[in-house]
Write a protein that binds this ligand. Structure first.
Ligand SMILES: Cc1cc2nc3c(=O)[nH]c(=O)nc-3n(C[C@H](O)[C@H](O)[C@H](O)COP(=O)(O)OP(=O)(O)OC[C@H]3O[C@@H](n4cnc5c(N)ncnc54)[C@H](O)[C@@H]3O)c2cc1C
Length: 397
């Protein structure tokens, strides 16, 4: 009888896009430290503090951070591998990582040296962070914000409120957007800054990507030093979109991790389940479902790792990241829904993981940039390529 264990299935179906030893190490870490807790994190809607601190210790939350600041100095394919493998077990852990990567990217790309020296090494020690753009009245469109920042002597003073903030229940550090006199700007704000508070609002509980409530974060005259303005005053939208362009490829990897989990679960079920005197997997109609799902997952994975090359080279990142997230998030939702179908009643049971996969996959068609916004970004690239606009500008909306 050929070996059809879950590990063998993974190795046969999804060869890594980085060296095998690295991917195998990540899979081992996920199997022992993440997978056993995935159901509980989702059910109880809790932020996985210990798991995230463990990832930092293992160097898995600072994959692309440069060595000078305590990171691993690896490329984006390695980071995507971590996001993908984590999310086969738990997309909630995947999104907990992405908010950390977003803060690292913002500070690493745009922060002053003093800010880099102060905060980047802390990520290697396990600093937990959130990326706070959205407000009650501003989601896709962040060109004008109600959260304000004004200069007062040697400080910036921030007032306002952010909504839907992933990882906000445990974050020790926030990267936020606020409006100054000359435009939207980015600020670093430690959790213990006086006047910063969080609360669980009426919209904090989501049906998917449940890594703790998506908190409301209140800034009541919060003061931060001048060097906590990240990058250039008034250039915050551009910077925020650049960071999203990086994180969207990682979000795509999370989506495809969900798709893989749903696919593997359904394949194992269809192999073992008997109906009309044969295995469900022996029905040709069911095989066609799997063939479709496999080719869609493979296509999305190729796109994601192509996007990683673009990120490493800083080339057309808006295009590749948007395409990767657009494709991977749709594939994940389709595969999760099809997996439920293949498993029949067992797919619908609360004690099966397929509902979680479907909820997480659907939520990621909105969080981090909705599919419509991603299409706008791809279209802007096309208009520029066709010579109808000067440059592929890519604001978030
Ligand atoms: C699970 C989850 C986690 C989140 N985590 C965070 C977080 O950590 N930090 C944070 O800042 N935000 C977070 N968000 C908020 C998220 O970024 C926004 O939900 C997202 O940007 C969309 O904004 P919106 O929900 O306000 O929708 P809107 O912007 O109000 O859009 C409503 C609909 O209109 C469409 N639409 C909007 N503009 C256009 C356009 N120009 N062309 C075509 N269609 C358009 C949208 O695609 C959508 O279908 C999270 C959201 C979710 C669901």
């Amino acid at each position: 009888m050929p070996d059809a264990s879950p590990d063998r299935l993974k190795e046969t179906l999804w060869s890594p896009f980085v060296d095998e030893d690295y991917a195998a190490g990540v899979r081992r870490h996920v199997a022992s430290h993440v997978a056993p807790h995935a159901e509980r994190i989702d059910r109880d809607d809790i932020y996985p503090v210990e798991i995230m601190k463990g990832l930092a210790k293992a160097g898995l939350s600072t994959v692309v951070l440069d060595r000078q600041h305590g990171g691993q100095g690896l490329g984006y394919a390695h980071a995507a591998t971590v996001c993908e493998e984590l999310s086969v077990a738990s997309a909630a852990v995947g999104v907990s990582l992405i908010t950390i990567l977003q803060a690292q990217t913002m500070i690493g790309r745009f922060g002053r040296d003093s800010l880099k020296a102060r905060y980047l090494p802390a990520f290697a020690e396990g600093l937990l962070s959130s990326y706070a753009l959205t407000e009650a009245g501003h989601g896709s469109d962040i060109r004008q914000l109600d959260t304000k920042a004004r200069r007062d002597g040697d400080d910036w003073v921030i007032t306002g409120e952010k909504h839907f903030i992933t990882s906000g229940s445990a974050a020790e550090f926030f990267v936020i957007l606020a409006q100054t006199d000359i435009g939207v700007s980015v600020f670093a704000v430690p959790r213990d800054a006086k006047g910063l508070s969080i609360y669980k609002g009426p919209n904090s509980a989501t049906f998917g990507l449940r890594n703790g409530p998506h908190m409301n974060v209140v800034f009541a005259d919060v003061r931060v030093p001048l060097d906590h303005l990240i990058g250039e005053e008034g250039k915050g939208v551009r910077q925020a979109v650049t960071v999203l362009d990086y994180s969207r490829t990682m979000a795509a990897a999370i989506s495809i991790g969900i798709a893989r989990a749903a696919f593997e679960g359904a394949l194992t079920f269809a192999r073992d389940r008997v109906a009309f005197d044969q295995r469900v997997l022996q029905f040709q109609g069911i095989q066609w479902y799997f063939a479709d799902m496999l080719s869609e997952i493979d296509a999305a994975r190729l796109l994601i790792y192509r996007a990683c090359t673009a990120l490493d080279r800083h080339e057309q990142i808006a295009r590749w990241s948007s395409e990767a997230k657009l494709k991977a998030s749709a594939v994940a939702t389709d595969v999760a829904a099809r997996a439920v179908q293949v498993c029949g009643a067992y797919g619908v049971m609360e004690n099966a993981p397929f509902g979680r996969y479907l909820r997480d996959a659907k939520a990621y068609e909105i969080a981090g940039g909705s599919s419509e916004v991603l299409k706008n970004t791809a279209a802007k690239f096309l208009l520029a390529a066709a010579g109808l606009t000067a440059a592929p500008g890519a604001r978030r909306a």
